[in-house]
Design a protein around this ligand. Structure first.
Ligand code: NAD
Length: 478
């Protein structure tokens, strides 16, 4: 079986240990072996990136645009194959995997164009005979640390802008999903970038991630992952005054007002809370439902959930794939127990089920009779589990929606323009959705949240320049 190496300074380098990548739909299926780097290999990758950074920073934007465009084209041309690989290692369904890969391709193509759109300002000086210019320059070496739940889209939305704006990159993917990361690195490695501009180091957070955090040659860290790790990453980066951008968890509300279109509301809840096995930072895990529509909504959603097919991610007809691994499954099961003990009613699902192959199969679970104070309503479960919390009025629903330590995505289903407009203005979240699921976003506009969900400047779209460049003000006497 092929051993997949790390990519350091333009060459494939064997790691110090190799780890099997297991398919969560079938634990007997080993996707491949992936080399883990140790701290000294991360050090070499950082050295290569630091050496490549100065000339890459002043490279012709057309050459950067061409390289990123080639990466985007190849990803799009291979979206079926890469989408299947992604579904096989992460457990989202094949169509979801292909969709994610297509998104990654589109992101590279978008940033290929952004290479040519980086703007500066020229202003009149307040002093006579002086010109003032404001320009943007790359930050330098960027360390990229990614989670497992979007194995190619999240790396793409960090790597593409980093390279577009002239930074060199050391990329550390999540341990659970090295195959998509390796495939992406292999494509980037053939795109014509100078050696050292892009490096892949696979391995454990405590080893590879920590080495990136500690090295003073890494000028900026872009991290996505859990709130607990995010806090550690922020502390380490700020401790040595590195630039840092942190995207973390969510406990996203979907408000369903009494005047909502029932079909739209059920679709939003089903899609937003349970698809991709509920393993999305933007998942609608709190369904805040008006008392006038509550019983109809719960009955319709329960019926839809009971009809969903939980099975092998690669099987045609599967609606929901397996949970990513045993650890995450244990966490989901634990929260289902906690919900019951807290007095919530399990309306449907939450059962471990057997399929043809040994995998981590859990039926989507819906709790009703929840209060917003319960742990299942406050803590991110990160699985196919959602709570229904009753609301007396629009104002009550808005208060409940905002009463959370998180602030990533916040949704409302209503036919009232007045309430939709008010909600857009008053939802305490980085992203607001009206009559559309809390998960599912465009790739050319900012992504990110508030409160415990995010720290630092926004990702994606042209706003990514805020993080991946630094501003210089130049004065010149005429
Ligand atoms: P995680 O925090 O366990 O790991 C994220 C990454 O950090 C991994 O690559 C891991 O190896 C690395 N890491 C772990 N310890 C480290 C350390 N000490 N130093 C440096 N790096 C370290 O998160 P996960 O389980 O992979 O991902 C799930 C989480 O990600 C969920 O909380 C989810 O909400 C969040 N997420 C957020 C967004 C967003 O944009 N807000 C998007 C996707 C996922």
């Amino acid at each position: 079986m092929q051993h997949h190496k790390n990519f350091i300074g333009g060459e494939w380098a064997a790691g110090t240990s190799d780890v099997p990548n297991i398919n969560p739909s079938n634990m007997l299926d080993v996707i491949g072996h992936y080399d883990h780097a140790d701290a000294s290999q991360v050090e070499r990758a950082i050295a290569a990136a630091a050496q490549a950074a100065p000339s890459w920073a002043v490279s012709n934007p057309q050459s950067r645009a061409d390289a990123l465009d080639r990466v985007g084209s190849e990803i799009l041309a291979r979206k079926e194959e890469l989408g299947e690989l992604l579904a096989r290692e992460e457990g989202k369904t094949r169509p979801e995997g292909i969709g994610e890969v297509a998104r990654a391709g589109a992101i590279f193509k978008f940033y290929a164009q952004e290479c040519l759109r980086l703007r500066g300002d020229k202003l009149a000086s307040v002093r006579p005979g002086i010109d003032v210019e404001v320009t943007r320059e790359p930050v330098g070496v960027v360390g990229i640390i990614a989670p497992w739940n979007f194995p190619i889209a999240i790396p793409a939305w960090k790597i593409a802008p980093a390279l577009a704006f002239g930074n060199s990159v050391v990329f550390k993917p999540a341990e659970l999903v090295p195959a998509s990361a390796w495939a992406l690195a292999e494509i980037i490695g053939r795109a014509g970038l100078p050696s050292g501009v892009f490096n892949l180091v696979m391995g454990r957070g405590a080893v590879v991630g920590q080495a990136l955090l500690d090295d003073p040659r890494v000028d900026a860290i872009s991290f996505t992952g859990s709130t607990a790790t995010g806090a550690k990453v922020a502390q380490a980066a700020i401790g040595r005054m590195a630039k840092v951008q942190i995207e973390m968890g969510g406990k996203n509300p979907l408000v369903v007002l009494d005047d909502a279109d029932l079909d739209v509301a059920v679709h939003c809840a089903l899609q937003g809370a349970f698809f991709s096995t509920g393993q999305r930072c933007t998942a609608s895990s709190r369904l805040i439902v008006g008392k006038g529509i509550h019983s109809r909504f719960v009955a319709a959603l329960t019926e839809k959930l009971a009809a969903l097919r939980v099975d092998d991610a690669l099987k045609a007809g599967t609606d929901i794939g397996p949970v990513v691994d045993q650890l995450q499954l244990d966490q989901d099961i634990d929260y289902i127990r906690i919900g019951r003990e807290e007095g919530a009613r399990l309306a449907v699902g939450g059962q471990l089920v057997k399929r043809d192959t040994p995998g981590f199969y859990l039926t989507p679970a819906l709790f009703t009779d929840c209060s917003n104070e319960m742990r299942i309503s406050r803590e991110e479960i990160f699985g196919p589990v959602a709570c229904v919390i009753p609301a007396d009025s629009y104002e009550h629903a808005l208060d409940l929606a905002n009463d959370t330590p998180f602030g990533l995505s916040s949704g409302i289903c209503t036919q009232s323009l007045k309430h939709a407009t008010h909600y857009k203005r008053h939802a305490q979240a980085g992203m607001v959705m009206v009559n559309t699921p809390t998960a599912g976003v465009d790739y050319h506009v900012p992504f990110g949240g508030r409160k415990g969900s995010s720290y630092g400047s926004r990702e994606q779209g042209s706003y990514a320049a805020e993080f991946f460049t630094t501003v210089k003000t130049s004065y010149c006497a005429a």
